[in-house]
Write a protein that binds this ligand. Structure first.
Ligand code: 13P
Length: 249
């Protein structure tokens, strides 16, 4: 049985002092032993958030990471900078990184490999645009993103990975995918993993849905057979996140 994983993606929000205040507010609200709870926060908030989250069930993730060990890469953050302070997860290839910062499936693959090398669990994002959905190429597109992201990733590593299916048209728009749409794609992603690896790996990997998840849409989405939780943007910055984490209570 896969444990659900519900992660907040704070994006470019929250100064360090605001971050600590939010963690203190959410700490008692996100207690749910049935779920892995992850706060993916801006780099500068990581250390204060880890401090503030001590003694709670909150695990901390980064929103991005570079695929080299160290060196002349101004503005980037290295994997061992994250692990040294206790980061466990890292979001890789969010559609906003792809759109505004020129990330590609190839750089996503390099980052995924580097994350595993350092014992970080990647939350690998994929998702189609509205045009692609209207053209009927959603599943082809997602399968391609997944196949490239997992190049040279071993089955053992893949079983530990998290994939976030985030239709781009549903991000920050309030337009959540229907449960059927989300389940269809998450099911196809699991089938693709079975094709690349085997049934056991496909059964182990966790697949999230992301895109306008709210306290009201979470219970039905997370009840789908291939949806193992969510990657939550806007609602992770509010007390609503506690309700999303406790979707099953
Ligand atoms: P929203 O929940 O704000 O739509 O953002 C989703 C997202 O991009 C999470 O990574």
């Amino acid at each position: 049985m896969r444990k659900k994983i519900i992660a907040g993606n704070w994006k470019m929000n929250m100064t360090p002092s605001k971050a600590v205040a939010l963690v203190n507010e959410l700490k008692p609200l996100v207690a749910n032993d049935d779920v892995d709870v992850v706060f993916c926060v801006p780099a500068i908030d990581i250390i204060p958030v880890i401090e503030a989250a001590k003694g709670s069930n909150i695990q901390v993730g980064a929103e991005n990471m570079y695929f080299e060990e160290k060196g002349a890469y101004t503005g980037e953050i290295a994997p061992d900078m994250l692990t040294e302070v206790g980061v466990k997860y890292v979001i890789i290839g969010h559609s906003e990184r792809r759109e505004y910062f020129a990330e590609t499936d190839e750089t996503v693959n390099k980052k995924v490999l580097k994350a595993f090398e350092h014992g970080l669990t990647p939350i690998i994002c994929c998702g189609e645009s509205l045009t692609q959905r209207e053209q009927g190429i959603t599943l082809d597109w997602i399968r391609m993103q997944i196949k490239i992201a997992f190049l040279n990733v071993t089955a053992e590593q893949a079983a530990q990975a998290v994939i976030a299916y985030e239709p781009i048209w549903a991000i920050g728009t309030g337009k959540v995918a229907t449960t059927e749409q989300a389940q269809e794609v998450c099911g196809a992603i699991r089938a693709c993993i079975a094709e690349i690896y085997d049934e056991a790996t496909a059964a182990a990997i966790r697949i999230q849905y992301g895109g306008s998840v709210s306290a009201s849409s979470a219970p039905e989405l997370f009840a789908q057979p291939d949806i193992d939780g969510g990657l939550v943007g806007g609602a992770s910055l509010k007390v609503d996140f506690g309700k999303i984490v406790n979707y099953n209570k």
